[in-house]
Design a protein around this ligand. Structure first.
Ligand code: PLP
Length: 354
């Protein structure tokens, strides 16, 4: 079986990250985490990469992005509140809202071919009726869309009209290809007086998800005040090695990231070439960010869950489209953060099973 579903990369770690981890082990430095320095390092990274000025005290270090989303929902919304999400979207978004005892309000993205856009009317209806928060996936997993400044401004204006909190999951922000630019939502929201929370992490960009460290950034003074009252265990349950690796990635990992983005850029195009040649029935919009390709397989007639056919017949494991919501029926997600040889092999296996 060729596994191409979990969002991890097949690449070697950034030397700065592995050296920092080796050094910690050499020192037998495996006690509890001590994150204050990471807040400063994050601030510098945010300024360098996104021209975003973040006061270090607004940065809360948490165990992972989804943990940060849960704590935000608990701290800033009420049980039973509606939380809007825009499927097709990262499957745990559905689950996490329910775990926090809020309810999911689905506002599907609009699809035009393989281009996706926000359903503005649907979102306004959701905000007007029952959604008290929006869980934004920016850049968007699985469709690979990087919301442009104009879209973010319109979103912020809508959120302000209805007093909606925006929780912006920006875990894929380091993985934006040349041609697109990542604008943190808070940069347009805070000037408009909107409450927002940004979740970032080095876990996708530098492939260290298992080390457990993410950043939750208060996007207004009101949110900041609320976060200061979070129970200590929220910020205590982080991995020490995660803090060390994250600090190394943000401070010294930029050249590795550039090289990695070049590899991924070639891979996203290679996949387009291979699909055009061997499986032209599949729809593929080359993503502007992430190493995830969202594939429309409906013309192959493999049913709602083409990934199952590829697993059963081709021994290639992609993500199940319906897990991303009803809009994912007939679709599958392909992780191309691997070698060109494996991508080729996977497409050949898919072609044989179609
Ligand atoms: C959009 C998005 N958010 C969150 C996560 C998971 O992040 P964490 O492991 O930090 O909870 C992923 C993982 O792929 C993701 O794609």
């Amino acid at each position: 079986m060729l596994p191409l579903f979990v969002a991890e990369m097949d690449f070697e770690l950034a030397p700065a990250v592995s050296q920092a981890l080796y050094d910690a082990i050499e020192r037998s430095d495996t006690g509890y985490a001590w994150p204050p320095a990471l807040r400063e390092i994050f601030s510098r990274y945010a300024k360098n990469c996104f021209d975003w000025t973040v006061p270090a005290e607004r940065v809360f270090v948490v165990n992972d992005v989804m943990g940060g989303v849960t704590e935000t929902l608990r701290a800033l919304t009420q049980p039973g509140d509606g939380v809007a999400i825009m499927p097709p979207v990262y499957p745990p978004f559905f689950e996490i809202v329910r775990t926090a005892e809020r309810h999911v309000v689905e506002v599907e993205l609009l699809r035009d071919g393989m281009q996706y856009a926000i359903n503005w009317d649907g979102l306004e209806r959701a905000f007007a009726r029952h959604a008290k928060a929006l869980l934004l996936c920016h850049p968007h997993n699985p469709v690979g869309h990087v919301f442009a400044r104009a879209e973010l401004e319109r979103l912020a204006a809508l959120a302000r009209s209805y007093g909606v909190l925006v929780i912006s999951d920006e875990i894929h922000a380091p993985l934006v290809y040349p041609g697109a630019a990542h604008v943190p939502f808070v940069m347009v929201a805070e000037p408009q007086g909107i409450d927002s929370v940004t979740l970032m992490s080095a876990s996708k960009g530098w492939n260290i998800a298992g080390l457990k460290c993410a950043q939750m950034i208060a996007g207004s003074s009101r949110v900041h005040e609320r976060f200061k009252q979070l129970p200590a265990d929220v910020t205590d349950r982080i991995g020490h090695l995660g803090v060390i690796a994250t600090a190394a990635a943000y401070a010294d990992g930029s050249s590795w990231l550039r090289t990695t983005l070049n590899r991924l850029d070639e891979n996203r195009r290679l996949l387009a070439t291979l699909l055009a040649r061997q499986l032209p029935q599949i729809g593929y919009g080359v993503p502007d960010a992430t190493y995830l390709a969202w594939l429309d397989c409906r013309a192959l007639d493999l049913g709602d869950d083409p990934a199952q056919a590829f697993i059963d017949r081709g021994k290639v494991a992609l993500s199940h489209g319906p897990d991303f919501g009803a809009a994912g029926r007939g679709f599958t997600r392909f992780n191309f953060a691997t070698t060109p040889e494996i991508i080729s092999e996977a497409v050949s296996r898919m072609a044989l099973s179609a």
